[in-house]
Design a protein around this ligand. Sequence first.
Ligand code: UT7
Length: 340
Amino acid sequence: MSGRTAVLSGVGGWLPPRLVTNDDLAAQLDTSDEWITSRTGIRQRFVVTPGLSTSGLAVEAGRRALASAGTASVDLLVLATTTPDHPCPATAPEVAAALGLGEIPAFDVGAVCTGFLYALASAASMISAGVAGSALVIGADTFSTILDPGDRTTRAIFGDGAGAVVLRAGTAREPGAVLGFDLGSDGSQADLITVPGGGSEHRSNGLPDAEGRFFRMQGRSVFRNAVTRMSESCRALTQRVGWPVESVDRVVAHQANSRILAAVGSELGLPQDRLVVNLDRVGNTVAASIPLALTDAVHSGEMAPGDRVLLCAFGGGLTWGAAALELPRLSAEPLPAPKP
Ligand code: UT7
């Protein structure tokens, strides 16, 4: 990218109040802390309580990102989510109104676990094109509301949450400049990650709304695809922005499974400590995953200004992508730490 470029200026995240440990799940389902920890790296996740939906989490994350950027206004809001408050309208306008952002353009983006990167690319492109001078980009999901209560595999992995970043117009030479994206999709494998019911296909066939409303995932195929697609996307993007892969300081990859993160690190030939990991504490939070991990790493000081950072994700669609930036000087409030 050259000329006018989107620059990262704030980060923030929020988690819902109810903590669910692996032992809590083991008390309800045929699973164990040992299985979940060894196969996924996840130790706990947070879920919404009645009355709290995706917009509520998105507003809190957005508020924190705006505070981190030291601003109370932006020109654009893009919300990545697969669990909007309602099928219609989009959730983003309500979030913008709740944040007091005025009558700005606000829309939802749906790319499941890759949603945040698609939203980031949309907002960054609108900034580069001069459509907006700044943007709040939020990833928020409440997958606990669409999981099958009896499905031990998905319940072990997913948690709820929201993360957000603020972008402003600047130049490619500034710290924080978003230097490029690599995005892709393969709809021929749409059935690997799906909520089959509740959409137009289902309704036009006259099937009841309740049919097929739970999230389904073919874990093993998704695992293989996730490793390949994220590694390839990172590699393609490093070539495009002119970074030798080994010069990447930190990879903030979608937090789905610690074994996937380790495999991506190996594929890229990077030491494991270059991969940011916070899934042990929050689980797989879908569109919130990358901005939550980024917020955690900025708050803990695990990433330093000037670090070459790759963001990368893989999710339903299938979709995947990567983004490259050099970390600017940022501050982030700690994520809340709700108790059981
Ligand atoms: O976020 C977007 C994309 N999502 C992902 O990237 C997730 C990718 N996939 C994964 O992370 C892993 O495939 C899972 C964690 C979902 C599953 O791990 P796995 O090592 O691939 O297990 P598996 O699906 O091959 O299942 C192995 C066994 C099965 O039992 P049998 O058939 O061998 O008797 C499962 O029924 O493990 C069983 N199993 C469980 N056992 C105890 C599956 N889930 C659980 C569980 N507790 N929670």
